[in-house]
Design a protein around this ligand. Structure first.
Ligand code: SF4
Length: 179
């Protein structure tokens, strides 16, 4: 029987350290639980996808298949917190965020959703004209959903990582929307 005073404590507050530790145990070099109000959305991000990325229009996890910044801002408003992670350059950030998403769902965060760092490379080519071959694994990147990654990590105290180029081969920052 859980005492009434414990029941009043939101699950996310009681579990922050546990969530961070789980991310670190998976090989993340940094992890922190952040407020979604610190996630920077920007319309200009789409320009960098549309006119600067060879994946534009070729993956189900990239624009224009992904939510635009305005829609994503509304989606993010439905979450209070997110788990922000950074991994080693040689770690598979996509696998780690998907693993965390699944684990968090099992812990009761039924809305958990992973956002990756690199364009999906699970199929070659992507079956963009039909349906996704691995919907349980394919997740969009932060930038593909209109998130200004540099600003977001800078706001959350990771200025040393803010120079990374989103969606590049060396990008190592992911996120799981929590609750
Ligand atoms: S898993 Fe395959 S079909 Fe799905 S988005 Fe990735 S490359 Fe495309």
């Amino acid at each position: 029987m859980i005492p009434d005073n414990i029941k009043m404590i939101p699950k996310s507050i009681r579990s922050n350290q546990e969530l961070i530790q789980e991310a670190l145990d998976l090989g993340c070099t940094k992890a922190k639980v952040v407020l979604t109000q610190t996630i920077s959305m920007a319309q200009w991000v789409k320009l960098h996808c549309q006119f600067g990325c060879s994946k534009y229009g070729k993956l189900l996890t990239c624009p224009p298949c992904t939510p635009e910044a305005e829609e994503m801002a509304e989606i993010i408003n439905e979450y209070e917190k997110a788990l922000l992670i950074n991994v080693c350059p040689d770690a598979n950030v996509q696998e780690i965020v998907v693993h965390l998403e699944n684990s968090l769902k099992q812990k009761g965060y039924f809305k958990a959703f992973a956002l990756g760092a690199k364009p999906c490379d699970l199929c070659d080519p992507c079956t963009i004209s039909t349906t996704c071959q691995f919907p349980e694994k394919a997740r969009p990147t932060l930038q593909a959903c209109g998130i200004d990654v540099k600003s977001t990590v800078d706001k959350n105290g990771w200025a040393d990582l803010a120079q990374q180029e989103p969606c590049s081969d060396s990008h190592t920052i992911g996120m799981v929307l929590l609750s």
